[in-house]
Design a protein around this ligand. Structure first.
Ligand SMILES: Cc1cc2nc3c(=O)[nH]c(=O)nc-3n(C[C@H](O)[C@H](O)[C@H](O)COP(=O)(O)OP(=O)(O)OC[C@H]3O[C@@H](n4cnc5c(N)ncnc54)[C@H](O)[C@@H]3O)c2cc1C
Length: 437
């Protein structure tokens, strides 16, 4: 029996455990359903290529997070990299962010973007949807040539039904000056956006840093334990192998829809279980290629808004760390998403995506040394209006029941590794304060 039980040893769960221990609290158990820890921040090594569960780059805008990475991983083990990211549309590569870098696009497209921005509708009302937000902030041209197709592709959902609240710090703004300058000159405008630079482990992929953090824990993480049912009357977690664990405080970092479904107890829990059906999240398929060609590109990643490409992004791990590929090789990861059920069999889309990738980079079959497809069933939480209205109430009900549901999927939100670490830190502080009262 442990006072505090944590479900899920992804970054949020590990960070919670780390911050509990940092405060000299060891009366907890951390359970993970898989045999390896790290959740989405894992890496696989295949034929000497290191692939992440799709590209995972460390963007540290928070001083505490930055210091933690420095202290846990050590700067000598990290590459500090200035982003070289692009958008591919109209057969042209333009620099990210699109709304500041139109150079190279056909003249009518540039004219539509600038004209649309200058004539964007002014409104005193807060935009209702992401669709409206884009029109109000960037105008019709930028909306049609980038945001509408790109965001519809990545969410696999109607952006008129998505609230603008998902963005947080993720979408940089623009000005008319930036737009005009970025249309007549091909330049990298210093640090625009939250991901203008990033750090990445020199060895072992993104898993390197998660392992380092997990290795700091004194308590052993219990892997191979899948929480199946949560009995709220007796305050027990039942695991799929029959093991049970009682708790005073429960911290959940597993996907909220699955967690709500696992609740058992008073009649009132029924409505929470029902709510699980309403929570929307898409899935991502991540295909990886190991390639026998040196320096396929110097770019870090490329966004693809156009429908002709099944994927919304392709990135290049060989430019994050030399160790990601064998000498003389390159690698790439591509991502496409779907909601609930894919419109075609997944393997068909993977084939189409790989064919499109091969054409784009003029790759022959002979050059492809290895391939790895990774499925991410919970990828991007959809900020539909139901979520806006009901999520705060659901999370509050859980808190009242002594359950903290946190992290990207426990908290049902769009967030990065930085937030996962901070969520863990804040949760540890909050429950320690409550328990010490
Ligand atoms: C496509 C994509 C790209 C991303 N790229 C970046 C990036 O470049 N930079 C960045 O900072 N962030 C990125 N992120 C976000 C980042 O992955 C997350 O913020 C972070 O990994 C979330 O950690 P977590 O612990 O909250 O969730 P998870 O990593 O999902 O961890 C949850 C853990 O719970 C376990 N679990 C689930 N159910 C149970 C159960 N019933 N019992 C026991 N254990 C269970 C899972 O196995 C998992 O280990 C990206 C996310 C996606 C989807």
């Amino acid at each position: 029996m442990a006072k505090v039980v944590i479900i899920g040893a992804g970054l949020t769960g590990i960070s919670t455990a780390y911050h509990l221990e940092k405060n000299n609290f060891f009366d907890y158990q951390l359970f993970e359903k898989d045999q390896t820890v790290g959740g989405l921040c894992r890496s696989v090594i295949q034929d000497n290529f290191t692939f992440d569960y799709t590209g995972h780059l460390l963007h540290a805008s928070d001083p505490y997070f930055r210091e933690l990475i420095e202290q846990i991983v050590g700067m000598e083990n990290l590459n500090i990299i200035n982003r070289e990211s692009f958008i591919y549309s109209h057969n042209t590569y333009t620099r990210y962010p699109f709304q500041a870098n139109l150079y190279g696009l056909p003249a009518p497209v540039i004219a539509q973007c600038i004209e649309g921005f200058a004539q964007r509708p002014f409104s005193r009302h807060k935009p209702h949807s992401f669709h409206e937000w884009v029109l109000q902030n960037f105008g019709k041209g930028i909306a049609q040539h980038f945001f509408f197709p790109f965001q519809s592709k990545i969410f696999a959902y109607n952006i008129k039904k998505v609230s603008p609240t998902w963005m947080g710090r993720f979408v940089p703004n623009t000005t008319l000056t930036k737009l005009i300058e970025g249309s007549i000159t091909d330049r990298s405008i210093g640090a625009i956006g939250y991901n203008a630079n990033f750090v990445y482990p020199k060895q072992g992929g993104i898993q390197f840093w998660i392992n380092k953090l997990a290795n700091h824990l004194q308590n052993k993480i219990k892997t191979g334990y899948q929480a199946q049912e949560i009995d709220l009357k007796t305050k027990h977690v039942q695991f799929s192998d029959g093991h049970t664990e009682s708790f005073e405080v429960l911290i959940n970092t597993a996907p909220l829809d699955q967690f709500l479904n696992s609740l058992r107890g008073p009649q009132s829990v029924h409505s929470l279980r029902k709510a699980s059906e309403k929570l929307l999240c898409n899935s991502v398929i991540n295909f990886n290629l190991g390639i026998a060609r040196e320096q396929l590109t110097t770019k870090h990643w490329i966004y693809f808004p156009e429908k002709q490409f099944p994927f919304y992004r392709i990135g290049f791990p060989h430019n994050f760390a030399q160790s990601a590929v064998p000498t003389g090789c390159s690698s790439l990861y591509g991502e496409f998403s779907y909601l609930k059920k894919s419109r075609k069999p997944i393997h068909t889309i993977v084939n189409e995506a790989q064919e499109a990738t091969k054409q784009l980079f003029a790759l022959s079959d002979k050059e492809i040394i290895t391939q790895k497809v990774i499925s991410i069933p919970h990828a991007y939480v959809i900020y539909d209006f139901w979520r806006e209205k009901n999520l705060p109430r659901i999370l509050q009900r859980l808190t009242d029941l002594g359950i903290h549901s946190v992290g990207r999927y426990g908290g049902w939100k769009y967030s990065s590794m930085q937030e996962a670490v901070l969520d863990g830190k804040n949760t540890a502080t909050e429950i320690l304060q409550k328990m010490r009262l």
